[in-house]
Design a protein around this ligand. Structure first.
Ligand SMILES: *[C@@H]1O[C@H](CO)[C@@H](O)[C@H](O)[C@H]1NC(C)=O
Ligand SMILES: *[C@@H]1O[C@H](CO)[C@@H](O)[C@H](O)[C@H]1NC(C)=O
Length: 168
């Protein structure tokens, strides 16, 4: 009886020690990252994106953005003046990849790619490239974090997870 119990505990301990799958992942922030931190973390599914671009003589950089969760827009991050570029996600559409460029202190380009194959591209293709995606299949963008300095977005990183079914 004791032996049986010991084997059972050993099996149980092994089970506990088995590696857990990545339930979430983080694509570390790129960019110089001056200024103050931001995070768009909110409840619910991401349903829209707005991006503001700043114009100067050598081309614009990403000055600000905003995400919509369910029917609520987050507070705008960075500068939100002028007309934003906007993408509305369909039901069951999710962001599964973000790529872009950063250069000389700012993020210059962001490209959001969805699980339905749509692209939302804003900015100028200058600088070093980045490419963010979840490490776990089926995960999607949950929120963005990074820094902005009052003029523009100076760094950006992405947080990925699965949306829990049945939870808004
Ligand atoms: C959206 O905002 C309203 C009003 O602030 C709030 O009651 C609701 O819970 C929010 N929805 C989500 C999904 O966060
Ligand atoms: C923000 O960072 C950019 C790029 O490094 C810099 O040129 C600009 O002066 C900074 N703006 C402020 C308000 O600090």
């Amino acid at each position: 009886m004791l032996q049986f119990f010991l084997i059972l505990s050993a099996v149980y301990a092994m089970g506990m020690a088995a590696p857990l799958p990545d339930l979430f992942s983080y694509s570390p922030a790129v960019g110089d990252g001056s200024g103050t931190e931001f995070s768009t973390a909110s409840e619910g599914r991401i349903t829209g994106i707005r991006v503001w671009e700043s114009n100067n003589y050598w081309g614009g950089y990403i000055s600000g953005f905003q995400l919509r969760y369910e029917s609520n827009w987050t507070a705008a991050v960075g500068v939100n003046s002028g007309n934003p570029m906007e993408m509305t996600l369909y039901d069951k559409e999710a962001i599964i990849q973000i790529s872009g460029k950063y250069y000389s202190g700012y993020v210059y380009e962001v490209v959001f790619i969805t699980n339905q194959g749509r692209l939302f591209k804003v900015g100028q293709s200058s600088g070093a490239s980045f490419n963010f995606y979840p490490t776990q299949k089926g995960n999607e963008l949950r929120f963005l974090s990074g820094r902005q300095n009052g003029s523009g977005i100076t760094s950006i990183g992405a947080h990925w997870a699965a949306i829990r079914i049945g939870k808004p």
